[in-house]
Design a protein around this ligand. Structure first.
Ligand code: MG
Length: 383
């Protein structure tokens, strides 16, 4: 195996400020703080609900499509591999990957847009990172000694910053997450591992859904074609399905290899030797090489054009938007229809935010059932 460059000196340590919790707890005799966080995330109710949330296909017609849960496991697998190769904190990276989609509402991106549209009418926004933070800090209720999951500062910071930066002037409530500093590399990796996972998975699911064809992908995604052509000539009798899977697998590996090498090269080129250097760098340092970044963007644009915005999926997206807008309207008109623990919060948080919190936690199945019942909470099973 070729030697991979490491940046181990920049890893988040298993002690110190970043391992602090809001409610102090004694150390565990043999589990590190980030191993405990990983366990708490996996045991949370919000994590289990990821099984009932879709990513791309709001109307499922195959049991093989990714759910948010299986997507999350793929991201965790890829992120952990990259973290290990770079000598970073693998347990922290895994915890961050497992929690990265926990704030996503039902019905995938269509659901997120619909919730955001509903909230905008009241001067508010829906942001899945901030919602994820509310879940782990407040909504998860399973410990005698504290509210929420009481995760370490490193994991909470990573939840806030894994995919974007926030400014202190816009979000004073987030000031203790070092908003003017870059996040550690472990957090920076998550968004890119997420890209690697969903670019390849959505090509796979798109073919499974018979919306995309292998030929179309070969024509439109150079990074895929680069692996498919030689495989085809080496294995002229192999079924297309297997060549397709092999090419996708090589695509994942190529993206991960590039991310490892390009990130380490960038860190070294800037002479950065510790976490403080990562935090004070002028930009995020986890990145693909310029060539791979071009190929990644091409693959993503291909997916937008041919899958995410395609006619076949549009109907499902419109339905999702209608369902969410309808429920919002019903509960805004009569917040007393909400479950009692939510009604209770309306006085302090305001009805729009409480309704958005409630909807965001639902699975696709639950929100659809509720819509059929006209927003009457006669169902058991969710908060
Ligand atoms: Mg994701």
């Amino acid at each position: 195996m070729p030697e991979m460059p490491t940046v181990a000196a920049c890893a988040v340590a298993e002690a110190g400020l970043l391992t602090r919790r809001e409610f102090p707890e004694p150390d565990h005799p043999y589990r590190s703080p980030f191993q405990r966080d990983r366990g708490r995330i996996i045991h949370s109710r919000a994590f289990r609900r990821l099984a009932g949330k879709t990513q791309v296909f709001t109307e499922r017609n195959s049991d093989h499509f990714r759910s948010r849960l299986t997507h999350t496991m793929e991201v965790a697998q890829i992120a952990r591999t990259i973290a290990r190769a770079l000598g970073l904190n693998e347990d922290l990276t895994e915890a961050l990957a497992l929690v990265h989609d926990i704030g996503h509402p039902p019905f995938g991106h269509a659901g997120e847009r619909a919730l955001d549209d509903a909230l905008r009418q009241y001067g508010l926004r829906f942001d899945h990172n901030l919602h994820a933070l509310r879940i782990v800090e407040y909504f998860e209720s399973r410990y005698l000694d504290h509210r929420g999951l009481n995760l370490t500062l490193a994991v909470r910071e990573g939840i806030v910053k894994h995919s974007r930066d926030y400014k202190t002037e816009d979000h004073p409530e987030l000031a203790h997450y070092f908003l003017d500093l870059r996040p550690p590399l472990e957090a920076q990796l998550i968004d890119l591992a997420d890209e690697i996972a969903y670019l390849t998975a959505d090509l796979d699911d798109g073919v499974e859904a018979e919306i995309l064809t292998v030929g179309q992908i070969r024509d439109g995604v150079r990074l895929f074609e680069r692996f498919f052509t030689p495989l085809e000539s080496q294995h002229p009798d192999a079924p297309e399905k297997l060549l397709f899977q092999e090419a996708l697998k090589r695509m994942v590996n190529a993206l991960a290899d590039d991310l490892i090498t390009a990130t380490a090269t960038k860190v070294r080129a800037l002479g950065i030797v510790d976490l403080d250097g990562i935090r004070r760098a002028p930009e995020r340092l986890a990145a693909f090489s310029p060539e791979m970044e071009g190929l990644r963007r091409e693959a993503k644009e291909f997916l937008y054009r041919n899958l995410y915005l395609c006619e076949d999926l549009r109907r499902g997206h419109e339905h999702a938007a209608e369902v969410i807008a309808d429920l919002f309207r019903v509960w805004m008109a009569d917040p007393a229809l909400l479950p009692s623990n939510y009604v209770f919060q309306v006085a302090t948080e305001g009805a729009p935010r409480v309704i958005a919190d409630y909807i965001a936690g639902m699975t696709d199945h639950f929100v659809a059932e509720l819509h059929r019942s006209g927003g009457k909470i006669s169902l058991v099973g969710q908060r």
